[in-house]
Design a protein. Sequence first.
Length: 323
Amino acid sequence: MLLNKTINKHQPVLLDEIKAFIPAEKEINVIDATFGGGGYSRSILQDFNVNQLIAIDRDPISKIFSRELEKKYLGKFNLINGCFSQIDKLVNLNHTKKNINKFDIIIFDLGLSSNQLEDPQRGFSFLKEGPLNMNMGMSKSNLLASDIINNFSENKIADIIFKYGEERNAKKIARSIIKCRKLKIIKTTLELAKLITRSIPNLRSKKNKTNPATKTFQALRIYINDELNELKLALNKSHNLLSPKGKLMIVSFQSLEDKIVKDFFNHKSGKRWRSSRHYPELPDNGQITLKIITKKPIRPNDSEILNNPRSRSAKLRVGEKIN
């Protein structure tokens, strides 16, 4: 892949809905914690009075899509490569003359970028032939999907698929993987996807419109990139970076992430704490520091889903920092 010929294919999800929560009457400081293809950053810089916008992304490819904005909004915008779980440290490393430590808007889009999905060499898509990679970059380890599929035990593979993909057929899929890899190494995404499809009962596959490989690929990606723990760390640190009345906006695409976000918002807003196996127990009597703006998550409208089918599972939750 030639980097200078890379085309930005990513479409920002729920962009108009997010912009509706951004104040237009004052100068703002913003963190785009998941820059991706830069859709949110570009639109905010264009339509709002931005003093400083710091973008973060763990994927080195994001630098390609930030160059134009860094030139056009010199001194107002810059991108830092790193994991958003280190958002506080990354903000401190922001090499600008502006000494900013509180922000009016912090945005997370937890979905996989179309630029990542459309590149077969990244191994995220079960529809394209590519190596079993799925590492987003900046990970604590160099673990790849191929390492899990070809080296982990049957029980460990089944546990990963069930826990992070919520796949009922995890044991059947894991058993098929072990059986197949005894004959040959499983090397590509399509090999794995076909294996998964054969593992799941035909009746279930016909009734379910979702590709049978969806949950397994999700599980592998989440495990490899430690996505749920990254999110938990990022939420607390982002909350501390908000200015009074600052807004935390989070777009999630699957139930594990949304549950973590919902529980975090509930806890910080003083709602009764609900135990979750994905989030550590916190005391119920903590200080109330967040107001929930979206009583129910905002979903894409029919027009957006038609234009961008990948947006169909998106949920936007917004919280506001209390003075």
